[in-house]
Design a protein around this ligand. Structure first.
Ligand code: SAH
Ligand code: SF4
Length: 371
């Protein structure tokens, strides 16, 4: 039986761009072809195998203490640990590589058991530790400014693969899983095109038996799939919604987002308004600033007009460049003028100056570079 192995040394903080955390198995040896069942299985976490209170013990090892090996669970009888290890695997990754950035963020590249790859980013802010996770390998949406979109679609991540990104990042950062207080689904993939698995993972994040996170600290970012947004409202998980709008009119949006041909802004905004009505959570509008595409002051005024009456916050994102990108980012001045126009119209605005640029922290950049 092949088992994923890990080295426990911490990454050198100054090795920007270098894979400095590499498990003992080499990239060539991965994937491990581990065909045991994931212990983080698509069932309520209290359905873990084992008798009665053993389930609680296992859950506590996984979600409170962050165990990554069955042998670590020293209060389980040795025979039980051995039996469990035969049948169940704890980790979903055959290989974990960390790419620390000079700004403190760390990008993780995960090789899954079938050899596909996905990414997450650890973002240690002063008062909170955040992990940005992926929902798919690649993405079918194909937005022109996005490195993941360029890569095309690999496959949906399973629920355990989505969840385990948080556990694996916590482990490699030397943190207990519950020390990660914020999760953003802003990595590779479109979460609402992998609805069941994403919602399964989110339920584990929120479950008192698992990560016990507050729903207001989980943000799901979507390119705008109206049916998925409405379903998320009905499922009433209470998570924060971020909409990647990027343009105030359908014509501009269709130039950069292929899915905009299927869903108009009016349709998407109706679903977003319904989400707000149900959850009463302020919605974030994401807007990546692209030179001469969506960055004119009159486009800011048009954006303010379509957002009228919605309790929203606009996040302007400077374009994070990647090799071969067919678009360029707006300059700083242009972004600031755009922000001022929105503020004049009474909209709360922030500019998200990028982190991890030196390690390709824009979603998909690392997997694209390494493939
Ligand atoms: N598929 C989802 C979530 C992942 S992308 C979505 O599109 O919302 C997370 C955010 O990063 C989106 O707002 C996306 O438009 C933005 N993004 C992608 N590539 C970028 C780049 N190179 N520079 C700046 N923002 C980018
Ligand atoms: Fe997919 Fe989001 Fe990238 Fe568009 S921006 S290709 S939806 S990951």
């Amino acid at each position: 039986m092949n088992r994923p192995t890990f080295e426990t040394q911490t990454p050198a903080p100054d090795a920007a761009g270098e894979a400095c955390y590499v498990p003992r198995e080499t990239a060539a040896a991965a994937p491990s072809g581990d065909d045991r069942k994931p212990i983080l299985q698509p069932a309520p976490p209290n359905e873990l195998p084992g008798e009665g209170y053993r389930k609680g013990q296992i859950a506590s090892w996984l979600y409170k203490k962050g165990a990554r090996e069955w042998e670590e669970m020293t209060d389980l009888p040795r025979r039980l640990r051995e039996a469990l290890a035969q049948e169940w695997r704890i980790g979903e990754f055959a290989l974990v590589q960390a790419f620390p950035s000079t700004d403190g963020s760390v990008k993780y590249l995960f090789t899954l058991h079938d050899g596909q790859r996905t990414e997450a980013v650890y973002l240690p802010y002063k008062d909170r530790k955040t992990v940005c996770i992926s929902s798919q390998v690649g993405c079918p949406a194909g937005c022109v400014f996005c490195a993941t979109g360029r890569m095309g679609f690999g496959r949906n991540l399973t629920g355990p693969e989505i969840l385990d990104q948080i556990l694996a990042v916590a482990y490699h950062q030397g943190l207990a899983p519950r020390e990660i207080r914020n999760v953003v689904l802003m990595g590779m993939g479109e979460p609402l095109l992998n609805y069941e698995n994403v919602v399964w993972a989110v339920r584990c994040m929120l479950s008192k038996n698992a990560l016990a996170m507050s729903p207001r600290r989980v943000t799901l970012s979507t390119v705008g799939i109206p049916r998925g947004i409405r379903r998320l409202a009905e499922d009433d998980l209470g998570v924060k919604l971020a909409l990647s709008l990027h343009a105030p009119d359908d014509e501009t949006r269709r130039q950069i987002i292929p899915t905009a041909h299927s869903h108009s802004i009016a349709e998407i905004m109706a679903a977003v308004r319904a989400y707000f009505e149900r959850t009463r959570r302020r919605v974030t509008i994401e807007y990546t600033m692209l030179r001469n595409v969506n960055d004119r002051p009159e486009q800011a005024r048009e954006l303010a007009r379509i957002l009228k009456g919605l309790v929203a916050h606009v996040n302007l994102i400077p374009f994070n460049p990647w090799e071969g990108a067919p678009v360029a980012g707006s300059g700083k001045k242009r972004i600031q003028t755009f922000a001022r126009e929105l503020e004049k119209a009474g909209l709360p605005v922030s500019i998200r100056w990028s982190r991890g640029v030196d390690v390709g922290a824009a979603c998909g950049q690392l997997a694209l570079k390494e493939s």
